[in-house]
Design a protein around this ligand. Structure first.
Ligand code: BES
Ligand code: ZN
Length: 457
């Protein structure tokens, strides 16, 4: 248990493994109506239509970090926070983006395919060699004869890393990979450290034409990659702060976050326009609700590039601020109609103040929320600073995850609303000005039992 969590856990009566700070002389019988009423000031105001409309607005175009799509989203989020009355900061930071430069293929001396995509991470260079088709490039499939040749590979079944490594292990000098059946684009492919041959991607149709050509004649191909490499790009965090009532300030801070960037080419309705909409909804409601705790609502950029925005945000905090942050709530993918139940993930798979509050808020709003172990989102940098943090997400995941199909029509208003209610009720439990005196009141809901769930993703 982190040192700074102790006073608040005492205040909230949620000390794990020891007696509650204040015990009820005569424990009240569970009273669902009273428990529900406890949260009403916040959760009654959460509006499913408003939540859905924000996802609609945000998911009209992809929001990949560093692009105009992200910038448009950032401006929208900032103006929303400001319209609710928040002091709002745009926090720029740089991250390393991949620039594929110019790549081309020629076949028996003539230009081939209009559109050639450079693998992310490919080395620069030009190689000319005989072309050999090696199917899906599994270890068993790749023949020794590919040595000194360019390998023509079909995408699918095994990872990019394995395919490229299998042909390198047999001595190939370049890679042309074509997309799977049923696809039209060529926007894919990664090479990894030590995989130092030029690698490019083409679409399915172009790939098939090469396979056919190889059946009737020998083909010499040239693969060329020029000016590829990483470049600095700018992304932004958006941070909205609300100070507590002057005479009631406990000195504590609670942060609530989501990421506004999407993957390239994906509208990211669930990942994570849904979480951004939840953050904005709670910000809008909490702006009119007196608190004894400073609230910071924030959306991060470049999460999909490696949690870059949240690492940057945490790096800008002073030791004093880190000590005062009692909890971080992360909402990421909270609205898909095709995913499973809500779960709270912590990077170490341990309960903390956030999961305690989330589980009991869940019991009041809908049902107890279980917890599990996972990083993969912006709660990680907070956790690494010793701040109690958890990711609120539904699992198993929907099939549209990170695809162009992650669109508004897959969003459930009910899931959006319920998750936002649970997080809102948990945040309000800390921020409401009647804690800790509230512990003496019979209406205060107690801790609940909740379990570890090793749920598949
Ligand atoms: N929303 C996902 C997090 C996620 C994915 C949680 C799958 C649970 C299951 C997030 O936006 C994401 O995709 N994160 C990246 C990690 C990051 C370090 C690039 C991922 O998981 O690939
Ligand atoms: Zn996400």
């Amino acid at each position: 248990m982190s040192k700074k969590a102790i006073p608040l856990m005492l205040a909230a009566g949620l000390v794990l493994g020891s007696a509650p700070a204040v015990t009820f002389a005569d424990p009240p019988a569970p009273n669902e109506q009273a428990d529900h009423a406890f949260d009403n000031k916040v959760i009654k105001k959460i509006n499913a239509e408003r939540l859905y409309e924000r996802v609609d607005l945000l998911s009209k175009q992809p929001r990949e970090a560093g692009t105009q799509g992200e910038y448009d989203a950032v401006q929208y989020i900032k103006s929303e926070f400001e319209s609710y009355g928040y002091e709002t900061e745009l926090q720029p930071f740089t991250f390393q983006a991949w620039d594929g430069g110019t790549s081309s293929i020629s076949v028996n001396g003539s230009d081939f395919a209009d559109d050639v995509h450079t693998f992310n991470g490919s080395v620069n260079g030009a190689v000319e060699a005989p072309l050999e088709y090696v199917g899906l490039a599994s270890a068993e499939e790749v023949p020794d004869t590919v040595s000194g040749k360019i390998a023509l590979i079909e995408r699918g079944e095994i990872s990019f890393f394995e395919k490229v490594q299998n042909v390198i292990d047999k001595g190939a000098v370049g890679v042309i990979m074509f997309n799977q059946e049923g696809t039209e684009d060529n926007n894919f492919g990664y090479t990894y450290q030590g995989q130092d041959i030029p690698a490019v991607a083409i679409d399915h149709e172009a790939g098939l034409s090469l396979v056919n050509q190889l059946q009737s004649e020998a083909v010499t191909a040239e693969v060329s990659v020029q000016d590829a490499g990483t470049i600095d790009q700018t992304s932004y965090n958006v941070i909205a702060t609300m100070k507590p009532h002057k005479n009631k300030d406990t000195g504590q801070i609670v942060t609530v976050g989501a990421h506004h960037d999407s993957v390239a080419g994906g509208p990211g309705a669930n990942d994570d326009a849904s979480g951004v909409s939840g953050v904005l909804e709670l910000a809008e409601i909490m702006a009119k609700t007196p608190t004894d705790t400073e609230l910071r609502f924030m959306t991060f950029g470049a999460e999909e590039k490696g949690l870059v925005g949240s690492y940057h945000y945490v790096s800008t905090l002073s030791d004093n601020e880190i000590d005062r942050i009692s909890a971080h709530f992360q909402m990421d993918m909270i609205g898909s109609r095709d995913s499973g139940d809500l779960i709270m993930f912590t990077p170490d798979g341990q309960k903390n103040l956030v999961t305690d509050l989330g589980a009991s808020a869940g019991a009041r709003v809908a049902e107890v929320v279980e917890y599990g172990q996972l990083g993969r989102s912006d709660h990680v940098p907070f956790y690494l600073e010793g701040i109690p943090a958890a990711l609120f997400i539904h699992a198993p995941l929907e099939p549209w995850y990170h695809s162009p199909e992650d669109t508004l029509d897959k969003i459930s208003k009910e899931k959006l609303k319920e998750t936002t209610e649970i997080v809102g009720a948990a945040v309000y439990r800390i921020a409401r000005p009647d804690t800790p005196a509230l512990e003496n009141a019979r209406v205060a809901p107690g801790p609940v039992h909740y379990e570890f769930d090793d749920r598949p993703l």
